[in-house]
Ligand binder design. Structure first.
Ligand SMILES: [Mg+2]
Length: 226
């Protein structure tokens, strides 16, 4: 059976009031410049930069400032994020995953979140029990192998023991990861664009903003339903 693997930010949880604000505050901290959230999102999505620490670095450079040492930036960013993380709300709730899990699907997660942020979210909403394999940014190690590099998706597929998969993401970095995965690892992987939060256009095997349609389509794709 095809494994069903989810992105976290923008798919399982809405990060408009957390990570995106943390980028804004971090850039302001190091440059004094106040960027709009719209500009930040457009910058992030159009360039396909998945990691929000990296988005902050690139924005600081874009404003013609010298970026701080990476660790300093991460510390400032995570401090802001800690103040904002309770504003995150689930997009796909526990019932959604419970239904899929009880239907017999194999579920995984591939996220660019650091482990600490993922743990906070999954503890807070009690999401651990639904997933058979979870790959976060700390599992990847080498920063050159982070999403959109397909290595994290490969790790998840190996960990699930799956030969075919479906990845559900919300932006260009997700699409690119699937594209590179098929090229480098040569295994079948379909890409579903779940665009509940942002209606950006992306090439995808299936695209929807509805939880119900997503659930039905996953059941059809995995052969549970005709
Ligand atoms: Mg995402």
């Amino acid at each position: 059976m095809k494994a069903v693997i989810f992105d976290v930010d923008g798919v399982i949880v809405d990060v408009r009031n957390s990570y995106h604000h943390a980028i804004k505050e971090t850039v302001k901290h190091f440059t004094g410049k106040n960027l709009s959230l719209e500009f930040i999102r457009e910058f992030k999505f159009s360039r396909g930069i998945n990691n929000d620490w990296d988005v902050s670095v690139e924005l600081i450079k874009h404003l013609n400032f010298e970026p701080p040492p990476y660790d300093d930036l991460v510390e400032v960013f995570e401090n802001y994020y800690d103040q904002l993380k309770d504003k995150e709300e689930l997009i796909l709730d526990k019932d959604f995953f419970k239904d899929l899990k009880e239907s017999g699907l194999i579920l995984g997660v591939v996220t660019g979140r650091p482990k600490r942020d993922l743990k906070y979210l999954f503890d807070r909403f009690q999401l651990w029990e639904f997933f058979d394999a979870i790959i976060d940014d700390d599992d990847v190690g080498d920063i050159n192998l982070r999403k959109p590099h397909p290595f994290p998706l490969h790790l998840c597929m190996e960990s699930l023991g799956a030969k075919e998969g479906i990845y559900i993401g919300d932006n260009n970095a997700d699409y690119e990861m699937v594209k590179f995965y098929k090229k480098i690892y040569g295994k079948p992987m379909e890409f579903i664009h779940f665009k509940k939060v942002f209606q950006e256009n992306l090439p995808a095997d299936f695209s929807t903003d509805s939880e119900e349609d997503l659930k039905e389509y996953l059941k059809v794709l995995t052969g549970l339903k005709k």
